[in-house]
Design a protein around this ligand. Structure first.
Ligand code: BES
Ligand code: ZN
Length: 411
């Protein structure tokens, strides 16, 4: 999977980047991590124990103010002693902290993991004619071309000039693809604290436009081996030009076919995933606050490195079990030559987790079993050549995502 160094760097970047606002910051953390904090005699204030549910077990989390300088040590402690990433969530203030904890508890208590504005849809497979007509239109060469375009930026770091330009260029490209379609809009989402925008293409549904199906992936890249992220070479061909190229191909095929979904489809390229799922967390939270009915989410992050005989590894943690079953039925029915396995990421490893924690049904089909995935990610060596020089593997994910979008985009 990833090296200790990579994880530690990611955890530090993810957890500590936002902690400069003042001497004390609000965080929530589970009681194990809280114990590590008290062991270190970190300066803390206003600790509250709040009810929580983890893996069906009633437990508690602690909401507390802590010295911002203690966070880096806490990240390292959690990684070394508890063998997991991050370990705490930073909140803007006490009220937001309480709200976030209450929401996480409500999601955990909900039998299907869904909150009120995310009722489970029908997962019947009943759009075979459309799916079978459109699957042959997926082209490896198109996906490859997009990966090459995205790796042509020195990096797509969330705070760099090229990373910022990559997002606006993608918006322009999607706009050009949708030219002449009044039912399609392309918008950028501005985030607070960094210049890289997320990009959203919306294809308005013909009969139930309030129901939304999301296909997303992150557009940023990072080189954790460098000390100067803004200048470092970070092609991110697999992580995650591959995912953006895959979902762009799904959109291209739909537009070429003149397909009009009954539900609204949203294609999303998230900013700032590599530094703690920031862009997607912002969007999923905003969509929930706006009461948007997201019926399903597919995450595409690392689709082009074939590390084993398996074609697709369906991630089974921080995802929705019922939708995962639907996806595996889609694969069996429409893509019977693919070999599908399942496994856990072990932590909130990509943007699907942002949707899950906001009470929406998310799935994450991944390129390989854990440990057999691309080991060059987060370095200057995450090139297309490292993934075999073509986009054959990603094309499988484009077909899976296309079938998913058509089946769930209908009803
Ligand atoms: N694409 C990776 C996630 C990933 C890597 C999944 C390897 C499965 C196998 C993603 O871009 C990433 O790097 N995530 C971070 C965590 C995130 C919360 C910053 C990671 O895995 O360190
Ligand atoms: Zn990554």
């Amino acid at each position: 999977m990833h090296s200790y160094k990579t994880l530690a760097a990611a955890a530090l970047a993810a957890c500590c980047g936002a902690a400069s606002a003042g001497p004390l910051v609000w965080i929530s953390l589970d009681t194990d991590a809280y114990a590590l904090l008290t062991e270190r005699n970190a300066r803390m204030a206003n600790a509250e124990h709040l009810p929580m549910v983890v893996a069906d077990r009633q437990t508690q989390v602690v909401l507390t103010q802590v010295d911002a300088d203690a966070l880096e040590q806490l990240s390292a402690d959690v990684h070394e002693r508890l063998h997991r990433c991050g370990g705490f969530i930073v909140h803007a203030n006490a009220a937001e902290g309480r709200q976030a904890v209450a929401r996480a508890r409500a999601v955990a208590l909900s039998p299907n993991g869904l909150l009120a504005n995310a009722a489970a849809p029908s997962y019947a497979l009943d759009d075979g004619a459309e799916v079978n007509a459109m699957l042959p239109l997926v082209q490896e060469s198109e996906i490859r071309a997009t990966i090459n375009q995205l790796t042509s930026y020195n990096n797509r770091y969330y705070k760099s000039k090229p990373g910022t330009k990559a997002a606006t260029d993608l918006a322009t490209r999607w706009q050009q693809m949708a030219a002449g379609r009044s039912d399609i809009t392309v918008e950028t989402v501005t985030h607070v604290g960094y210049p890289q925008k997320s990009v959203v293409m919306t294809v308005r549904g013909t009969t139930t436009p309030d129901d939304i199906v999301v296909i997303g992936g992150h557009l940023d890249s990072v080189n954790w081996q460098s000390l100067n992220q803004k200048k470092a070479r970070a092609p991110g061909a697999d992580d995650n030009a591959s995912g953006i190229a895959t979902l762009t191909e799904v959109a291209r095929v739909m537009l070429q076919s003149g397909y009009h979904p009954k539900r609204t489809l949203q294609f999303m390229a998230y900013a700032a995933e590599e530094v703690g799922l920031k862009g997607s967390a912002d969007i999923a939270n905003q969509w929930r606050l706006a009461g948007k009915q997201v019926v399903g989410v597919m995450q595409l992050d690392m689709t082009n490195f074939q590390g084993s005989a398996y074609d697709i590894n369906l991630i089974n943690d921080y995802t929705n079990a019922a939708q995962n079953t639907f996806l595996s039925n889609i694969a069996t029915t429409y893509l019977p030559t693919l070999s599908v396995t399942q496994g856990a990421c072990g932590y909130a490893c990509s943007d699907h987790a942002s949707w899950t924690s906001n009470g929406y049904a998310a799935s994450f089909p991944f390129e390989a079993p854990m440990g057999q995935d691309n080991q060059a990610i987060h370095t200057k060596n995450d090139t297309l050549a490292k993934s075999g020089g073509n986009a054959d593997h990603a094309a499988k994910f484009a077909r899976l995502a296309l079938a998913y979008a058509i089946e769930l985009g209908s009803d």
